[in-house]
Unconditional design. Structure first.
Lengths: 267, 290
């Protein structure tokens, strides 16, 4: 029997927000036309779409630059963050001594320290990457540390009863227990890596062949090329959403057999 | 006539237990001692006295239940017996030696927790084999042991299932299979069936009794159910709270195998009454002391 389309959960999940978006864009376009707003104040969706097509080469090049910094920063944040968490759970002393500095790093506005980093690190890509790592790493550290500590105490007792060493406890018990938390951290961290990459580029303001989406926005702003500005902004948003979706997918794949977060609720 | 004599003898046993030292008593009940707890106190960091002057000896082949109200320290005592928590004072001996002896051949210990305590990310078979993995025991012999353990708890077909796909009772069976796979000599069970419905609980009780007989285990079983304690054990140790201590040691002299008829027999009812009275007395004492 064929299910009515509106009762198909998946269809509704995609169609409903899409419908809202289309309505919003139509309203936007109509409002812009009715008010006769010039494109350098507020372009309509059609003008922005045109810019996408005509400026695609430069947009794509910038996107690749920003994406490179984002992914590089994300990978480094995951590796270093996980390593830090593993270090933290080795002893309370290490955690107590170092964790406040992880927090310190998190609460310091990246905009305020980015100029310093850009002075210190010669290579632009790496300078931007360092900035992005600084804000992307915290959710990984805090979530993974929490996860590595969230071990069923009875299971831990059992491991102790069989006189299991630290290494075995880590591999067989702590790491699997930490996975859901770790993936939660990754979801937040991808978005932050992207924001870090963009913000750092705004501060650095470097152009040339290294120019990413942030520089494109700056430049378009100077030239009053507002449709291109919107196009670049749109690309950043879409990239962020896709990265987030990728993380959700990854976490579902790994956890789907056992963790509540990845289970489908049956009605 | 025989029944009357038996009843009289039971009375004597009970009064003896109350007056004599429990470890002498244990030797009379079971074989050579498997665990001996002598003068054990357990005081927590915040000053709570969980156990006070506890003496208890469990002999080989015995099925001993620790029965008492919540907070009487029965789980604490079991953990001390498992070597999971150290006593504040007093001594614990395993096979008349110190803890080092635990784990050697013929001196293996297994613990079954209140919850199934399975690793949710691992399939049932992987969960059951965990103790073998931790002891680095691989090969065909251990595979066969896993198969056998799964079969004995009736989970042969569920080796590839994840714990969340099993009912509460089945998860508990998996937990028991995991305990069995090391071929333990001493099995410590901490209210293992407390969270299950009565029918499942009765069935699992029979399973445990059957395995106890077949495997020649020594079992210490924590419960707060009088019926469960009487049904399972050949000895019920009644504890009181605040501070946690042993107040009575009742021998249940009914023959095994015990089945549904035993549950409805006068003998069973009498034992339950006696244990209940002891429990009530223990609770009343606790209240007064408090």
């Amino acid at each position: 029997m064929k299910q009515p389309l509106l009762q198909n959960e998946r269809f509704v999940q995609i169609a409903a927000p899409l419908f809202v978006g289309v309505v919003f864009l139509c309203f936007w376009e109509l409002a812009v036309r009715a008010a006769e707003l010039p494109v350098y104040i507020l372009p309509g969706p059609v003008a922005i779409a045109k810019s996408f097509v005509t400026d695609w080469a430069v947009l794509f090049h910038s996107l690749m630059m920003t994406l490179k910094v984002t992914l590089l920063a994300f990978v480094i944040a995951v590796v270093l963050g996980t390593a830090a968490s593993l270090l933290f759970v080795q002893s309370r002393w290490i955690e107590v001594s170092l964790f406040p500095y992880a927090v310190l790093m998190q609460v310091t506005p990246i905009v305020a320290i980015a100029p310093l980093i850009i002075i210190w690190v010669k290579d632009t890509t790496w300078a931007l990457t360092v900035c992005a790592v600084i804000i992307a790493i915290f959710p990984i550290i805090s979530n993974t540390t929490l996860g590595l500590r969230s071990v069923d105490p009875n299971l831990m007792s059992m491991f102790r009863m069989y006189r299991t060493g630290r290494w075995q406890q880590l591999i067989r018990l702590r790491i699997p227990s930490a996975l859901p938390y770790f993936f939660g951290g990754m979801r937040i961290s991808t978005g932050l890596a992207l924001i870090g990459a963009v913000v750092a580029e705004f501060v650095a303001g470097t152009g040339g062949s290294q120019a990413g989406l942030a520089y494109l926005i700056l430049q378009a702003g100077y030239n009053l090329n507002i449709p291109r500005m919107f196009a670049a902004l749109g690309l950043i948003t879409v990239t962020g959403i896709l990265l987030f979706a990728l993380m959700v997918w990854l976490s579902d794949r790994v956890l789907r057999n056992w963790h509540e977060s990845a289970l489908k609720v049956e009605q | 006539m025989v029944k009357q004599l038996k009843a009289i003898r039971d009375e004597v046993v009970v009064s003896m237990t109350a007056s004599t030292k429990t470890d002498d008593q244990a030797r009379a009940f079971g074989g050579r001692p498997v665990v001996e707890v002598a003068g054990v106190d357990k005081v927590y960091g915040n000053g709570t006295v969980a156990l006070k002057e506890v003496n208890l000896t469990v002999g080989e082949g015995e099925f001993v239940s620790l029965l008492g109200p919540s907070g009487c320290g029965k789980s604490t005592l079991l953990r001390v017996m498992a070597g999971l928590g150290e006593a504040s004072s007093g001594t614990v001996k395993w096979w008349e030696q110190d803890y080092q002896v635990v784990g050697q051949k013929g001196r293996k210990l297994a613990f079954v927790f209140q919850n199934a305590t399975l690793m949710p990310w691992a399939r049932v078979r992987k969960n059951v084999r965990l103790p073998l993995d931790l002891a680095h025991e691989h090969g065909e012999a251990s595979e066969a042991r896993i198969d056998q353990a799964l079969e004995m708890v009736g989970l042969s077909k569920f080796g590839n299932a994840y714990p969340r796909e099993l009912s509460g009772g089945m998860q508990m069976r998996a937990s028991i299979a995991r305990a069995m796979v090391t071929e333990p000599n001493l099995l410590l069970m901490d209210e293992p069936f407390g969270a299950l419905d009565e029918m499942t609980r009765n069935r699992l009780n029979d399973d445990v009794l059957r395995l106890w007989k077949e495997k020649g285990w020594t079992v210490v079983f924590v419960t707060h159910s009088v019926y469960e304690a009487v049904y399972l054990s050949n000895r019920v140790v009644v504890m009181a709270a605040r501070p946690g201590r042993v107040v009575e040691d009742v021998r249940i002299d009914a023959p095994y195998p015990r089945g549904a008829e035993f549950r409805v027999s006068t003998e069973f009812a009498n034992y339950c009454r006696r244990v209940s009275l002891a429990l009530e007395k223990a609770s009343a004492q606790g209240e007064e002391d408090h």
